[in-house]
Design a protein around this ligand. Structure first.
Ligand SMILES: [Cu+2]
Length: 559
């Protein structure tokens, strides 16, 4: 048996605290629209819970809804019965009931909490958790602000899911239209433009399939751009921003024009500081950054959706009552052949893929100047004869790319000012939590889906039809995600840490959410140190509900 693993060493309790949370129907006003949603403590402004490492917390959650609810403590290491997933860790909290969570706080950093029932989380049920380290903050800052992002849609979550099931592109407003067809055929030839559309049509995909659900208002701390969340500072102060992406469906690219951001934590764990101009925050991830505005002026905190359909501005200001500038949305990225490459692995895709191969062969003859968003100068090899089309090496961008994106991906991020954009490869654990050892086995999880029917799955099996994944207490497993879809999936394993293989060996970063880009393979390792039953799923709300979800059973327990 392995030596005692960290999560189950008896935690040293230094204090006890009791916290009360009510779950309520709340009126949400974004400035753009009003609707009824779900919130905590009667407010659309997210509740912030502040704990201290080593504390034993008692949290009374009172359900004032007419339906069952739950709270999941995202990223917290705790006994599985306290994890808050109905059907996996407990029965949920009935209407009118007060459920008491009790668990020791065994970690520090920035986390969040949200409902794991129905679509209450997209409807507004989320908040933030800030945990001070046992011996006080290691990261020196004069100010400390939570920056919690959300994508609030005028439709309730249940209606969004019904509409997506009926018509998967219901909320995709970026569809190319007859007008863009005419524009394309002017620039190109009509034949090439039609061929291009035919190819995407056969794939049952659109190059604009980046955001499933558009038409939302983006929020910072429950406030839209017009409502302007503001953090105050004095010039020269160091400000810690705890960025949490609590969106249902939206990846955000974050920047503060005029300031560098030094990333000091990812998903609650300290990383070796890395200074960037911009970073992408996948759904459910957190990043802590330090900024130091030296000038006596107003700065904009900008979170722009990855598909460039929405943007929210918050403000850092020396005084109340000021608002930072709002930049225009940058041009929409378009998916490329590279983002499709996972689908073209040809594994188990039936006649779908046969059709696609035919389409692809047709593609080779066309003028690649219409291949969206790519640097066409690098595409020479893609014009090779038909059998070569599956070889994507020819489509790689020359020069440096981000290894966590398919070479030539339309989603590869670029900083707004041409500067440094954070990559997973930049993340190095400040203090590894575990002894580095070889995994005993690899579990392959292909991220799969049928976007035409809005079914999302793992290894082509939906949650309803799937057996649990069985892990053995004390083992170290490697989990290999192979993304065969054209969307990014933020994969979240409950209860145990996910050590992402970024090529840093013993210093690979420790996370709770791992974003897997289209057409890529991403590995993580897990020290199986938490007995019980856990959820494991894509954190895009409608993908999880659509079936990209598994139960994990950890067999055995500490000796
Ligand atoms: Cu997903």
């Amino acid at each position: 048996m392995p030596t005692a693993l960290r999560a189950h060493e008896a935690p040293k309790i230094t204090s006890k605290g009791t916290y009360d949370i009510t779950v309520d129907r709340v009126r949400i006003d974004t400035g753009n629209f009003r609707k009824m949603g779900v919130g905590y403590n009667k407010s659309q402004i997210p509740t912030i819970l502040r704990f201290k490492e080593g504390e034993e917390v008692t949290i009374n959650v009172t359900n004032n809804l007419r339906e069952s609810t739950s709270i999941h403590w995202h990223g917290l290491i705790l006994p599985f019965q306290q994890d808050g997933v109905p059907g996996i860790s407990f029965n949920g909290i009935a209407p009118g009931e007060t459920f008491t969570y009790r668990f020791p706080i065994q970690q520090a950093g920035t986390y969040w909490f949200h409902s794991h029932s129905g679509f209450q989380e997209p409807d507004g049920a989320y908040g933030a958790i800030v945990i001070e380290p046992r011996d006080g903050e290691r990261i020196r800052a004069d100010r400390d602000y939570v920056v919690q992002l959300a994508d609030k849609h005028p439709h309730p979550g249940s209606r969004i899911m019904r509409n997506l099931k009926m018509m998967p592109d219901y909320y995709n407003r970026s569809q190319r239209t007859l007008q863009t067809l005419i524009e394309d055929s002017r620039q190109d030839s009509l034949k090439a433009a039609l061929k291009d559309r035919g190819m995407w049509g056969r794939m049952r995909m659109m190059p604009t399939d980046i955001e499933d659900v558009q038409g939302f208002t983006a929020l910072i701390n429950g406030r839209s751009t017009s409502q302007n969340w503001t953090g105050l500072f004095r010039p020269g102060e160091k400000i810690r921003l705890r960025i949490v992406n609590s969106s249902a469906m939206t990846y955000f690219d974050m920047r503060i024009p005029g300031l560098k951001m030094t990333v000091v934590q990812a998903d609650g764990n300290d990383v070796k500081p890395v200074t960037v101009d911009e970073l992408r925050v996948a759904v459910a991830e957190t990043f802590d950054v330090i900024v130091q505005p030296r000038e006596n002026k107003v700065y904009s905190i900008i979170a722009e959706s990855m598909g460039r359909t929405a943007l929210v501005r918050g403000t850092l200001s020396p005084r109340e009552g000021y608002a930072g500038a709002v930049p225009p949305l940058r041009p929409k990225p378009l998916l490329t052949m590279a983002d499709m490459s996972g689908m073209m692995g040809g594994m188990d895709m039936g006649d779908h893929v046969m059709q696609n191969v035919g389409g692809m062969q047709n593609m080779t003859g066309m003028d690649h100047s219409k291949m969206q968003g790519m640097d066409h100068s690098n595409m020479g090899a893609a014009s090779a004869p038909a059998p070569q089309v599956m070889d994507h090496s020819g489509m790689a961008m020359s020069g440096e790319g981000d290894p966590f994106y398919a070479p030539g991906s339309g989603l590869t991020p670029k900083a707004y000012n041409g500067g440094k954009f954070l990559s997973y490869t930049d993340l190095r654990a400040a203090r590894p939590l575990y002894r580095n050892r070889a995994p005993s086995r690899t579990i392959e999880l292909r991220l799969t889906g049928n976007m035409e029917r809005y079914i999302w799955s793992i290894n082509d099996v939906k949650f309803d039809d799937a057996d649990p994944i069985v892990l053995n207490y004390g083992e170290r497993v490697r989990i290999r995600f192979i993304n065969e879809t054209m969307m990014a999936h933020p994969m979240h394993l409950h209860g145990m840490w996910s050590i992402v293989d970024t090529g840093q060996g013993a210093r690979n970063p420790i996370k709770h959410t791992v974003s897997v880009q289209p057409g890529t393979t991403t590995d993580m390792e897990v020290e199986v140190d938490a007995p019980g039953q856990w959820a494991f799923h894509c954190h895009l709300s409608y993908h999880a509900d659509g079936g990209m979800f598994r139960k994990v059973v950890v067999k055995g327990r500490p000796a």
